[in-house]
Design a protein around this ligand. Structure first.
Ligand code: IPE
Ligand code: IPE
Ligand code: MG
Length: 236
């Protein structure tokens, strides 16, 4: 029997700023190190044969940060996709995005949309970037889409399935395991609807230090909680 692996892992990549501060570096350097950690987490999830990985990269609340920091965070996807897209193609990764990209600066939006478009026929692991994502915004935009689609002025009910179909994560399995690094035990408006059945895992590790071993520990914890065989009982 193979060890069960979560189909969909979602990560709140928190603690970049504190990681920088702890090393006498800037918050931006922390975010840069966070991107490097993200690349390794993607690789680790491919090795584990996870189907989908959602990475919380920028929340609807993050606009309230200092302008310099927001600008830096907006520049990261441009650099990231420019550098990584060939590898994503090679590794058969499909990029998706969850969040309102209309409000994102044009060059950032173009870079993200290009990655989505270029990888859309890949059928390997899905890497879903939650960018300008808010769980409340997700639900509101889904309800608006349902209202547009259906005649809800009459007695017709809106079902959970209708809403599900229009969430930004439409088509992805529900997250089985949600990890938050950085020591805070908060939801921070992440996947509010989708989290209904998820196992929550919190770790003090700052995201730039989060590596394959930490990921496996989280998966192992999920396996124990669900009564599955642990990955540590299998050679990976
Ligand atoms: C998470 O790290 C990254 C983003 C929110 C973009 P933080 O920037 O929140 O780092 P801390 O929590 O201040 O350490
Ligand atoms: C959550 O982290 C958002 C992302 C990681 C993108 P934050 O640092 O923004 O959340 P709060 O401010 O602690 O709630
Ligand atoms: Mg934070």
């Amino acid at each position: 029997m193979n060890a069960q692996i979560p189909k969909h892992i979602a990560i709140t990549m928190d603690g970049n700023g504190r990681w920088g501060k702890a090393r006498g570096l800037s918050r931006s350097e922390g975010h840069f190190a966070g991107v490097k950690a993200m690349e390794k987490v993607i690789d680790a999830c491919i090795s584990l044969r996870v189907e989908a990985l959602t990475l919380y990269a920028f929340s609807t609340e993050n606009w309230s940060r200092p302008l310099d920091e927001v600008n830096y965070l907006m520049s990261l996807p441009i650099k990231f996709f420019h550098e990584k897209l060939p590898q994503f193609m090679k590794r058969n990764i499909r990029i998706r995005t969850s969040g309102n990209l209309k409000k994102v600066p044009f060059p950032t939006r173009v870079a993200i949309e290009k990655a989505v478009k270029r990888t859309r026929n890949n059928d390997g692991m899905v890497v879903n970037f939650a960018f300008n994502y808010g769980g409340r915004d997700d639900i509101v935009q889904a309800i608006k889409a349902v209202v547009r689609e259906k005649d809800v002025s009459g007695s017709q009910d809106i079902t959970e399935m209708d809403i599900e179909k229009h969430l930004y994560t439409n088509g992805l399995p529900s997250p089985d395991l949600m990890i938050r690094t950085g020591g805070e035990q908060r939801i921070s408006n992440f996947l509010l609807w989708q989290a209904a059945e998820a196992e929550l895992y919190f770790t003090d590790v700052y995201f730039p230090d989060f590596d394959e071993t930490d990921l496996k520990e989280a998966v192992c914890c999920w396996q124990k909680q669900r009564g599955y065989v642990s990955i540590y009982e299998k050679s990976m």
